[in-house]
Design a protein around this ligand. Structure first.
Ligand SMILES: Cc1cc2nc3c(=O)[nH]c(=O)nc-3n(C[C@H](O)[C@H](O)[C@H](O)COP(=O)(O)OP(=O)(O)OC[C@H]3O[C@@H](n4cnc5c(N)ncnc54)[C@H](O)[C@@H]3O)c2cc1C
Length: 417
């Protein structure tokens, strides 16, 4: 079933036009070809193509996306992107997320897209030439290496990977894991604790992000960590043993590390939420469509009240998640100080709502719901993973409560609008 996108009356003509043109490509070129594009059967038809044919088809769609001016919505025009503001990008994301994997055909591939965004913001001209442009052109791949097995990823202050300055070089030692895209990456952006005995580059122990080529001696991609019952993945364990890179590979200033990570994650959380909404929308369409045709116990599923409850609850979940996310994106666009609280709110609420909607869709489809013939099982695992990636639920709940309590402790109350 195609995504049913109509112009949003409160949006300007340009954003509506982007959404409608994105939907046209999703509906005409991507959804009917999902099984050939990604090599897995969709709808049980099993017409999976070989890897070469898949890549040809993907490139044809990428060409169409470029020709339509819809390539790389997250990048400024000078780097070949659409130069969209935040809200427009968020609105486009929900449409392209309807088709699983479509974002990559629009030039948005995590973690490259997040790395591109921080290279645009913090990179020197030389770093942009050397690392950003090849990433945009697709001739290089990258990863973001922050989380460590021995320390709590939900508390970045606990990170222990060290970068010690020796002359014009950083010497990096540390142990990371869940560095996504680790096998394909040509470079990682590595979060380190800096030690510069000269004192030139900030106070000891401050956080810094450093660009590290993956072929640097001492860097080892130990393994792809198996996730969700699979024995392998591209989320990698990486060790850094006396890895030397030039000080010129410092991204921004020593001490910028946390801020740069927050810049990346704050925007990323809104995009993840809009992605989740696009996928909830797809799961909802699949669920409702099924209820119209599936006969059980002498009647259609659509006439059973349990199932009508699923439809109503899912409708409310999607509406609530979508409106909260759009509101958060608008606040980020306006630079509203409350935006951090709202980003944390959607980061907790939306993946949970996504999980509930997909769970109901799976239930309605029965055994087919957990089969690989439908995208639902992949969505379910994705929704569950999102509740801990990019900051687990508890950390965001703590932040929301802290911000609210601070207001009341200072004698004010919360202004919801
Ligand atoms: C598929 C996937 C891809 C990922 N990709 C990347 C990547 O590319 N780069 C990267 O650097 N990292 C990546 N990560 C790591 C991810 O960001 C971390 O897993 C996440 O930040 C949580 O850190 P942790 O796993 O160390 O959990 P911990 O910090 O050990 O937390 C464990 C649990 O403790 C609970 N908890 C934490 N704090 C509190 C508190 N204050 N009060 C109560 N309970 C609390 C939460 O329930 C939390 O889930 C990825 C993870 C996954 C699953």
């Amino acid at each position: 079933m195609p995504i049913n996108v109509t112009p949003v009356p409160t949006l300007d003509e340009r954003i509506n036009d982007i959404r409608l043109r994105t939907a046209r490509i999703v509906n005409e070129d991507i959804l009917p070809n999902e099984s050939r594009l990604w090599g897995r059967p969709a709808g049980g038809d099993g017409d999976g193509a070989g890897p070469a044919e898949r890549e040809v088809l993907r490139e044809q769609i990428r060409e169409k996306v470029r020709a339509a001016g819809l390539w790389a919505p997250h990048l400024p025009a000078e780097y070949g992107g659409m130069g969209l503001d935040f809200l427009a990008h968020a609105y486009m994301n929900e449409v392209l997320a309807y088709a699983v994997g479509a974002a990559s055909l629009f030039g948005v591939v995590a973690p490259n897209s997040g790395n591109q965004t921080i290279l645009v913001k913090y990179g020197t001209e030389e770093q942009k030439r050397r690392w950003l442009l090849p990433l945009v052109e697709g001739t290089m791949q990258s990863g973001f290496s922050m989380t460590e097995p021995e320390n709590a990823g939900s508390d970045p202050r606990s990170l222990t990977t060290r970068a010690v300055r020796q002359g014009d070089e950083w010497v990096i030692n540390g142990h990371k894991w869940f560095t996504s895209n680790g096998k394909a990456a040509d470079f990682f952006i590595v979060m380190c604790r800096a030690e510069d005995p000269s004192g030139e580059l900030g106070r000891p122990g401050q956080m810094v992000q450093i660009i590290v080529p993956t072929d640097a001696p001492g860097l080892t991609v130990v393994r792809g960590i198996g996730v969700w019952g699979r024995s392998d993945s591209d989320h990698c364990e990486v060790t850094y043993e006396d890895v030397r890179v030039p000080v010129a590979n410092t991204l921004g200033q020593v001490g910028d590390g946390h801020r740069a990570a927050q810049d990346r994650l704050g925007a990323g959380r809104i995009f993840h939420c809009m992605n989740s909404i696009g996928q909830m929308w797809r799961a909802f369409d699949l669920m409702v469509e099924r209820t119209l045709t599936r006969q059980v116990h002498g009647g259609l599923l659509k006439d059973k009240q349990f199932v009508q409850g699923f439809i109503a609850d899912s409708y409310m979940d999607i509406q609530a998640a979508r409106l909260m996310t759009i509101d958060a994106a608008q606040k980020v666009d306006r630079g509203a100080p409350q935006a951090r609280t709202d980003i944390s709110s959607i980061k907790v609420f939306v993946p949970a709502a996504y999980e509930r909607v997909v769970d109901r869709a799976i239930q309605v489809w029965g055994a087919a719901g957990v089969s690989s013939d439908l995208p639902l099982s992949g969505m379910y695992l994705g929704a569950r993973t999102l509740r801990l990636a990019d900051g687990p639920d508890e950390v965001h709940r703590i932040l929301i409560a802290k911000n609210v309590l601070r207001r009341y402790e200072s004698g004010e109350s919360w202004a919801f609008g």
